[in-house]
Design a protein around this ligand. Structure first.
Ligand code: SF4
Length: 509
């Protein structure tokens, strides 16, 4: 039994992945690598090469068998090598290959990993928030530091990340994870290591729970099939692993149909007596789960909790952006415009990976918005992503538009976040996801692309940058146009004329 940093990483992504990789139905595991995951992998390798090329002299131990490399690594550290690349370290059940091992002035060796993402999350210069270590990076460093400590090459538990911005960030692995999370990174590592150990030895078993990351996992189809076949509670929108497990353990219910029989009143009484009972799951959440189970299992019809009135305007714009978070780059602002019964798609696209191209596309977007008759247009988008991204763009290009104007644009009641303002608050669907793809497809809309996905759009864009194939760019535009059109289909479906509408059940909460 060997525990590697990638097992710890997999556990943090999804605790079930660790068990399924070892004991799951192997025939159901996809052998194809998701192109987006492959792209990230290649970017990581390129970034590592770039960093390493700037480091100067180092001891390269990237060749040979693991045993040979381990022996060489130990020998080089004993001889005091200042910087070791791709050394192999192991102790007991732990095994790892830190990108770098650096000798510190106090004689200790410190593990350094090179990452193509930023080392810290939650950095907000405006609020003075310096951010905190990404936990999957910290846990990985902990496992290296643990081995070095046990091999006698380090007296301290510490490590560094060289990140996408080429910052060398030291992680205090003994620090609490946050002001409200007293658990330290080291304690988190020990907890995860213990759980991983139980899972890979089959002393413990856990179950799939569908979540965003599943789309990139080779077990996606297999786990989805299991959730559908078993009527697992995680098939309900917003019932994730934590809530599912609490309902399993505390109420002994495992199937969606069993939720229909729960007695919320007596559960609330029990919660008053026992603070640990269904901890963190309150009455509104329970009611929501029951309602969704009814819709999912019994009625099979979407529900509108109140009829919705949309702005009556000459121009309706269905708006969606495409950006590459790995490079902090917005490459497309797409608008599907409906005006006087005519429809057209407009794109404001950066076809080069340069700040000038990004800025120019954004400038043209705002020029278009300014060309519309004021107070006579409505904008529909899906989720807070557009707003958040535009605030960031404004900081990058303040000469294009002021912060106040961006704020005002999104505060306009005719600029509507369909997901947060309407779908989440005023509707429910017999679906496991309330994403635009799931809902629009439920409403009969079809994307032209066979594998429509935002992640793949990023991969297509990066491929386009390499080979400049116009077909690749067209694929991105078609995908974005279909995303925008899907919102139009949804908006039209929501604008029901009254209680006679056969699509929705009208329901008071
Ligand atoms: S598909 Fe989802 S639930 Fe299944 S192993 Fe992968 S990440 Fe976990």
């Amino acid at each position: 039994m060997t525990i590697t940093p990638s097992l710890l990483y997999n556990y943090l992504q999804c605790p079930h992945r660790v068990w399924r990789d070892k004991y799951g139905p192997q025939a159901e595991k996809s052998q194809e690598t998701n192109p987006f995951v492959e792209m990230l992998w290649n970017k990581g390798i390129q970034h590592e090469k770039k960093v390493v090329s700037k480091l100067g002299e180092l001891t390269d131990i990237s060749e040979g068998s693991y045993d040979e490399r381990f022996d060489m690594t130990v020998e080089r550290m004993k001889n005091g090598a200042s910087l070791i690349y791709q050394g192999v370290i192991k102790h007991d059940d732990l095994f790892g290959i830190p990108d770098l091992l650096k000798k510190m002035p106090d004689g200790d060796y410190i593990p350094i990993d090179i990452k193509s993402g930023m080392a810290l999350s939650g950095v907000d210069e405006e609020k003075g928030d310096e951010g905190k270590p990404k936990k999957h990076y910290a846990v990985q460093l902990c496992s290296y530091a643990d081995v070095l400590y046990n091999l006698g090459f380090s007296k301290q538990k510490r490590g560094k990340i060289i990140d996408a911005g080429l910052n060398e960030v030291e992680f205090d692995l003994l620090a609490p994870r946050g002001p409200r999370t007293p658990e330290t990174y080291w304690q988190l590592y020990e907890r995860i290591r213990n759980n991983v150990s139980l899972l890979i030895t089959n002393q413990e078993k856990n179950y799939p729970a569908m979540q965003g990351v599943c789309k990139f996992c080779p077990w996606y189809e297999s786990c989805k099939k299991w959730v559908e076949k078993t009527h697992d509670l995680s098939g309900l929108f917003c019932v994730g692993r934590r809530v599912r497990d609490a309902l399993n353990d505390n109420l002994h219910i495992h199937k969606i149909e069993e939720v229909l029989d729960i007695d919320i009143e007596s559960i609330m009484e029990e919660k008053k007596r026992d603070k640990q009972f269904l901890k963190g799951i309150g009455e509104p959440s329970l009611k929501k789960i029951v309602r969704r189970a009814q819709i999912f299992y019994k009625t099979g019809k979407p529900v509108l909790y109140e009829s919705i009135t949309f702005p009556e305007v000459s121009y309706e714009l269905f708006f969606d952006i495409e950006n590459d978070p790995t490079q902090e780059f917005v490459y497309l602002h797409g608008i599907y415009e409906r005006h006087n019964g005519q429809e057209r798609f407009l794109d404001f696209t950066a076809t080069e990976l340069t700040p000038e191209a990004e800025k120019e596309a954004w400038r043209k977007f705002w020029e278009y918005i300014d060309s519309l008759p004021q107070n006579d247009y409505a904008v529909y988008y899906y989720s807070a992503h557009e707003k958040t991204t535009y605030k960031k763009l404004q900081k990058l290009y303040p000469d294009i538009i002021s912060a106040g104007k961006v704020e005002k644009f999104f505060e306009n009641p005719a600029v509507i976040d369909l997901y947060n303002d309407i779908i989440q608050r005023q509707t429910d669907w017999p679906l496991g996801s309330y994403g635009i793809k799931a809902i629009a497809q439920y409403l009969g809309f079809h994307w032209r692309d066979e594998t429509p996905s935002g992640a793949l759009s990023i991969q297509w864009f990066n491929k386009y940058l390499e080979d400049k194939d116009p077909a690749e760019l067209q694929r991105i535009l078609d995908y974005n146009e279909d995303d925008c059109k899907a919102m139009m289909v949804l908006k039209d479906a929501l604008q029901v004329p009254g209680k006679a509408d056969p699509l929705f059940t009208l329901f008071n909460r």
